[in-house]
Design a protein around this ligand. Structure first.
Ligand SMILES: Cc1ncc(COP(=O)(O)O)c(C=O)c1O
Ligand SMILES: N[C@@H](CCOP(=O)(O)O)C(=O)O
Length: 548
């Protein structure tokens, strides 16, 4: 039950003022009836689950949003999940407008025609050149809004101080840091896997010297960083004394903001294509790691956007692709031809922990956090035919998810899931796995065919789209998740020696010039959550003392 945990304010207004899509519950069943503010400030549920709205709103008038600007569309969509009793509409509009004012493209997320039925949704026009900016600039402003409201008229230790802890494989970190640097009443700790983010990504994070920003370089993988963050959230002591906040896509606010560009790109497509009628279906193809980006697409689909399929595109860290193919969700990588040293993945290094080091490092993930949210909806759908009431169905879904996640923790996997659950997953999704070699070939081929430089993650989406187009000839919108300059190594590997290619001239934005030689601040830490906990505690205490 909602209890104002973690310092979140009680809901402003009665429960009746919030409809079911504005009330939140945990995917593991124990935490329910939370407000948007509580969910945003708390990040992870007390039972270890992720927050989801009690209901996904089905929208019948979505076509009337066709001509809205990105921020105005965001206002319509987000209002469905945030009650005006919590955030008045004008305030929400102000937060949204501020969040997207820093984007370089007038359309915020422009849609570009590549060839035939293939369109690329460029999501990297925000301040840190990655799709994470769409949600994280908004989340940063949302944190600020709630903190200002809580702290009005309060001084010293009475003020609510938020300690943000996040794990990154490169992009979440810089977008979160940009969204929170210098903000009052917030300390930010970002954990990245030492040596496994690109040099530009590392520089984007570590050259931010604001006193409230702390970069921790962890000896381990992204999954280790993510596990440390989850262990901190599970520690009742630090969680309640330091008011932990999440910037990873475990935070519902991240998923929510990302729903907007599915609708926006669909409308952009309608406007670009005279022979396409609004209401006709498209496919979205999404380079996927933690399953946050594509989950937003699932919400768009359930809300009524005409999506025929969402295509999950993984790199060689392919737990999700294996789930769609087999119904089993297992950390253990498949022993495919590449594991025997086959041609497909020449040069890919597999770490002891099982994570492969690929050319698309932001997707080098063993376990995808947000998959748990999809599992809940699949389990809920599976429970419904038993003819019990809705409360029972929700409880059943929570228990099922908790049991799957327990197996994942104890034995590294679960499944095959019930046939009906797998069938529902396959009804809305398909999956593709793209090797490093195929990634490089795709970058090469689009440069030589249409003089366009793809980053390696976006190339995975495009390679998967091309395969998907052989099965379905409807329009495909492939998500481009990062600017190619962030991944110079992979891009140069693919394009060095290609006629007309020069990284500095063709790719490098002015904002990155000289970044790597600027002063940096970061702290090395062992892969040990207790050590991280002590470091965070000490640092926050010092910050609070200096503010007195
Ligand atoms: C550039 C890039 N592409 C794709 C992804 C995968 O997105 P998600 O983790 O939401 O599946 C990430 C990281 O999250 C990323 O940084
Ligand atoms: N690829 C991500 C990994 C973190 O995922 P998130 O979306 O859950 O924050 C990154 O770039 O950090």
């Amino acid at each position: 039950m909602s209890d104002g945990v973690n310092g979140a304010a009680p809901v402003n207004g009665s429960q009746e003022a919030r409809n079911a899509s504005q009330r939140y519950l945990s995917t593991r069943g124990d935490d329910y009836d939370f407000s948007f503010e509580q969910v945003v400030l708390k990040g992870l549920a007390t039972d270890g689950g992720l927050y989801i709205p009690e209901q996904i709103p089905e929208v019948t008038n979505w076509q009337s949003w066709k001509d809205l600007s990105f921020p105005d569309l965001a206002l319509e969509l987000l209002s469905l999940y945030i009650s005006t009793s919590e955030i008045p509409r004008d305030d929400l509009k102000g937060i949204i407008d501020r969040s997207f004012s820093t984007f370089r493209a007038p359309e915020t997320t422009p849609l570009r025609h590549l060839h035939d039925n293939l369109y690329l949704l460029e999501l990297f026009h925000g301040p840190t050149f990655a799709f994470k900016d769409v949600a994280l600039q908004f989340l940063g402003n949302m944190f600020e809004y709630f903190l200002v409201r809580k702290n009005t008229g309060k001084l010293g230790t009475d003020r609510h101080h938020l300690t943000v802890v996040g794990a990154t494989s490169g992009d979440t970190g810089s977008a979160a840091i940009y969204g929170l640097r210098g903000k009052k009443d917030v300390s930010v700790f970002i954990l990245h896997p030492k040596g496994r983010v690109s040099p530009i990504q590392e520089a984007q994070m570590t050259t931010v010297l604001d006193p409230n920003v702390h970069n921790l370089s962890v000896t381990g993988s992204f999954d280790d960083c993510q596990d440390i963050v989850k262990a901190l959230f599970a520690d009742a002591d630090i969680n309640s004394t330091l008011n932990l906040g999440a910037v990873n896509s475990i935070n519902w606010c991240r998923i929510l903001a990302q729903i907007v560009y599915y609708f926006h790109s669909y409308f952009s497509f309608v406007k670009q294509s005279s022979d396409f009628t609004i209401g006709d279906k498209v496919r979205f193809v999404v380079p996927t790691g933690n399953f946050g980006d594509i989950l937003a697409g699932y919400f768009a689909l359930r809300m009524g956007l005409p999506i025929e399929k969402l295509v999950v595109a993984t790199n060689e860290n392919d737990i999700l692709d294996r789930f769609w193919k087999t119904g089993k969700y297992e950390k253990k990588p498949a022993r495919g031809p590449e594991a025997e040293g086959g041609l497909e993945s020449d040069g890919v290094k597999a770490h002891e922990d099982g994570v492969k080091e690929t050319l698309s490092p932001a997707m080098d993930i063993l376990v995808s956090s947000n998959f748990e949210r999809l599992l809940w909806f699949l389990a809920y759908e599976f429970a419904a035919p038993a003819g019990m009431d809705d409360e029972w169905n929700k409880k059943q879904a929570g228990q099922e998810v908790a049991s799957w996640l327990k197996q994942l923790k104890s034995s590294g996997g679960f499944g095959p899931v019930y046939q009906d659950v797998h069938a529902s997953a396959k009804r809305d999704f398909e999956s593709e796995r793209v090797s490093d070699k195929q990634t490089v070939d795709t970058i090469k081929s689009y440069f030589s065919k249409i003089d366009y430089v793809l980053d390696p993650h976006s190339a995975i989406g495009v390679a998967a789209s091309v395969r998907s187009m052989t099965r379905s000839n409807i329009p495909h919108i492939s998500l481009s998740t990062a600017h190619p300059a962030k991944f110079a190594g992979a891009v140069e590997l693919a394009l060095k020696g290609e006629a007309g290619f020069n990284f500095e001239e063709k790719v490098l934005p002015q904002e990155f010039v000289g970044l790597e030689s600027k002063e940096k601040r970061l702290t090395d830490v062992d892969n040990d959550w207790k050590k991280v906990r002590e470091l965070v505690k000490k640092q926050v205490e010092e910050e609070l003392k200096s503010q007195k």
